[in-house]
Design a protein around this ligand. Structure first.
Ligand code: DC
Length: 221
């Protein structure tokens, strides 16, 4: 029997780190769907396509063959047989992803890839529309959130930890802008599914968040 777990929420709520750890404990696969939108945004930019031009991006999708490869629990994104994974984690890539993910054509383009993945594996998928659009019948749906300042602090620490030079106020501003974009777009906006459990992790340690998510999964799954 396959198990589908959907985790949605705003930027920096800890979705990916928590989901990754829970997937490890459950012995199932973790899929980071934001990486797909990031990869499309970065690939368009690198190909000279203006990510802010919806028509140009929609038209360019026919030149993109995107695949997910998993190795030792790490997810790699391959576009046209080239690995783009190490270029999708910059603040610029975040904004490009937030932009291209608002286009219906991009969402349609990535829909089957995500659904097929969940049909073939027991998964925890994180994103913005997993519980509402991608896996509306998921066994467990969790909407993870935390106060914006705390989310920005976590994101700032993560970027600095990766050696990027960023400023806290810029991180907070970008995060709020991205949340506004992601929640207000017409196509599959960031939104808690009616049957999702809301978990606010403000003030929680990473371990406390993981324990709480595991409890929810065990009670529902
Ligand atoms: O989760 P993330 O920060 O890597 O996502 C990057 C952007 O991609 C995010 O700002 C909105 C978009 N996204 C989306 O629209 N739907 C998803 N399921 C995942 C991400």
């Amino acid at each position: 029997m396959s198990l589908q777990i959907a985790i949605d929420g705003p930027v920096g709520a800890g979705k990916s780190t928590i989901a990754k750890e829970c997937a490890k404990r459950l012995g199932i696969v973790y899929m980071d769907t934001g990486a797909l939108y990031r990869a499309v945004g970065v690939y368009c930019k690198e190909s000279g396509v203006d990510a802010y031009d919806e028509e140009a991006v929609a038209d360019y999708l026919k030149n993109i063959n995107i695949k997910i490869r998993l190795a030792d629990g790490v997810q790699y994104i391959i576009i046209n047989d080239k690995d783009i994974t190490d270029r999708i984690r910059t603040p610029e890539a975040s904004m490009l992803a937030s932009k291209v993910s608002s286009y219906g054509a991009v969402r349609a383009f990535l829909l089957d890839l995500q659904r097929d993945f969940a049909a073939n594996n027991s998964v925890i998928m994180d994103g913005r529309d997993i519980g509402t659009v991608i896996l509306p019948k998921a066994d467990v749906k969790i909407f993870l959130s935390a106060d914006a300042e705390e989310r920005a602090r976590r994101r700032y620490d993560e970027l600095v930890g990766k050696g990027q030079s960023v400023n806290f106020d810029d991180v907070l501003k970008d995060l709020e802008k991205r949340d506004r974009n992601d929640s207000s777009r017409a196509n599959a906006p960031l939104k808690q599914a009616d049957d999702a459990i809301l978990l606010n992790t403000t003030g929680f340690t990473f371990n406390e968040s993981v324990e709480r998510v595991m409890q929810i999964i065990k009670s529902k799954g």
